[in-house]
Design a protein around this ligand. Structure first.
Ligand code: AOF
Ligand code: ZN
Length: 360
């Protein structure tokens, strides 16, 4: 094992906890002395000890004079837990490899500074790209207070999300659906439009073989048309928030609030996506998974309100001028104004293609 191998191990420890640390980042730490791992750890849950603490506790007396590999700069602030950089100094760690700095304004380089001042050799930037990728939602959210938005959609090879008669169930195969559940597990919120609730009656929960965390279900429903007997209303498997326009019938609102469903009224008659994201950010949604339908995708496109696109393409052809495509709404008029993307990753998931892209 060389330095990079140890950092890779720390990154893998962090990766394993994706979905369980929000609003905190995922972080892994490995403590090495004389070419032996003497401690390792990951941050498991907000409010609980940070990765470094677990690793140092595991090493016990051996931790003195060791080398620490950590995927994020050790913190310097008193949050829900005391500062890790102080613990690293007190422990007598000799050298620290940090994959990337912590953009949290309360930390932002001061953890590194503090360790350097105490005479610890600190090297920053090892496997930085991987470390940034792993926590991209955290990094975006901590700097903007807005949720990191992923638009997810699935279509046939010709870009159709349903047939012309509106049938949309099971375009992709089982592996792709499983992949979607993994992504649901990793997000704080999942968002759909009311038409999807009416037509498909989805439960929007995470159904993996090993269970998983359910995101908060958010329904865009300007005129409060969500059926009282929809699964997202009756199953109580996760909180459901309904976002409406300013003018909705108060009696109907109460029918929902009485059974614990939150109805969040917009200030304007229509729901403005950018305003909604501010509201969701304030309510602690750090990452948002937008599942559709195509009109909702269209409104996020119109406002350029997304950080990532994940599209599954199934080896099927549907055709039909009237069959809906991935993004509805009015669309962009001039080619010169099209939203340009960088394709980040292309994979086969079972027999479907998964494309991950980001706006340029
Ligand atoms: C680390 N190691 O494992 C994590 C860090 O409220 P607290 O005390 O848990 O602090 C949360 C902040 O600490 C979080 O926003 C991020 O800046 C940093 N997370 N830092 O040294 C860790 N999870
Ligand atoms: Zn810490």
């Amino acid at each position: 094992m060389n330095d990079t191998d140890y950092m890779k191990l720390a990154l893998n420890l962090a990766k394993g906890t994706l979905g369980q640390t929000s609003p905190n980042p995922v972080v892994g730490a490995v403590l090495v002395k004389e070419n032996q791992i003497i401690g390792m750890g990951a941050h498991l849950k907000a409010g609980e000890p940070h990765a470094e603490v677990h690793a140092i506790r595991m090493a016990g007396d051996k931790a003195k004079e060791s080398t620490l590999y950590v995927t994020l700069e050790p913190c310097s602030h008193h949050g829900r837990t005391p500062p890790c950089s102080d613990l690293v100094i007190r422990t007598g760690v000799r050298k620290v490899f940090v994959a990337t700095t912590d953009p949290n304004p309360q930390v932002a380089g001061t953890g590194i500074e503090r360790m350097k001042k105490a005479g610890i050799e600190v090297e920053v930037g090892m496997l930085q790209q991987q470390a940034l990728e792993l926590n991209k939602a955290f990094f975006y959210n901590i700097q903007t207070d807005l949720p990191y938005v992923t638009l997810k959609s699935a279509a046939s090879l010709d870009g159709k999300t349903a047939t012309a008669t509106g049938e949309s169930m099971w375009i992709t195969g089982e592996e792709a659906r499983n992949d979607v559940h993994q992504l649901r597990h990793q997000h704080d919120g999942i968002l759909v439009g009311v038409n999807t609730v009416i037509q498909d009656n989805p439960s929007l929960t995470t159904r993996l073989e090993t269970g998983g965390k359910n995101p908060i279900r958010i329904v865009l429903d300007t005129h409060l048309r969500t059926p009282q007997n929809a699964k997202v209303i009756t199953d109580f498997l996760a909180p459901t928030w309904i976002i409406t326009g300013a003018e909705v019938d108060q009696k109907r609102v109460e029918q929902f609030t009485e059974i614990g469903i939150e109805v969040i009224k917009s200030e304007k008659q229509q729901i403005i996506i950018k305003d909604l994201l501010v509201t969701l950010g304030k309510r602690g949604i750090t990452s948002l998974f937008v599942e559709g339908g195509s009109e909702v995708q269209g409104s996020f496109l119109k406002e350029r309100a997304f950080q990532q696109i994940i599209t599954y393409i199934a080896p099927k052809l549907i055709g039909g001028k009237l069959a809906p495509t991935l993004f509805g709404g009015q669309g962009i008029e001039k080619m010169a104004e099209a939203v340009l993307l960088n394709i980040k990753q292309v994979d086969m998931i079972g027999s479907d293609i998964r494309i991950i892209a980001e706006p340029k």
